[in-house]
Design a protein around this ligand. Sequence first.
Ligand SMILES: Cc1cc2nc3c(=O)[nH]c(=O)nc-3n(C[C@H](O)[C@H](O)[C@H](O)COP(=O)(O)O)c2cc1C
Length: 145
Amino acid sequence: MTLIRLLYISRATQPMNADAITEILIAAHRNNHPRGVTGVLLYQNQFFVQVLEGKPDDVQYIFDKIKNDPRHSNVTVIQQNPIKKRGFPTWSMGFKNLDELSGEDAEKLRDFLEAPITEEDFTEQRPIHLTALVDRVMALYAAEN
Ligand SMILES: Cc1cc2nc3c(=O)[nH]c(=O)nc-3n(C[C@H](O)[C@H](O)[C@H](O)COP(=O)(O)O)c2cc1C
């Protein structure tokens, strides 16, 4: 069974509070779970970074819903490639607000908190920053689950 991972970055069109995030996560669970799409949504400095994993058609179906959502803009795919196994197998959509991390998560993501997501992450100017961030979050997930 072919699995892919799609990683994109976007800019929130307005600051997101906890209720606004919850609304997104409820829709994500409702739609992703039945299709076996898993992943994580990160929020920092008014940017979103999201990983979607699953069968190509399922990931595309969900991404098609997401990409025109008026709650964000400049939706830019950074990476889309086959994977051997999922990084977030039990999360129909996990979430971490990097602006509000504390404790062990903050410690383990310290360098990414000190060098937050910026406009440069939409371009080639910081080529591995986002993939490295996602790899680190994946390692956190693996340690916690
Ligand atoms: C940053 C962001 C991430 C989102 N992630 C998902 C997601 O993983 N799955 C999903 O179904 N909807 C997600 N949404 C919501 C979709 O854009 C859309 O509102 C929703 O899928 C519509 O659901 P419905 O077709 O069941 O009404 C996201 C929205 C935003 C702004």
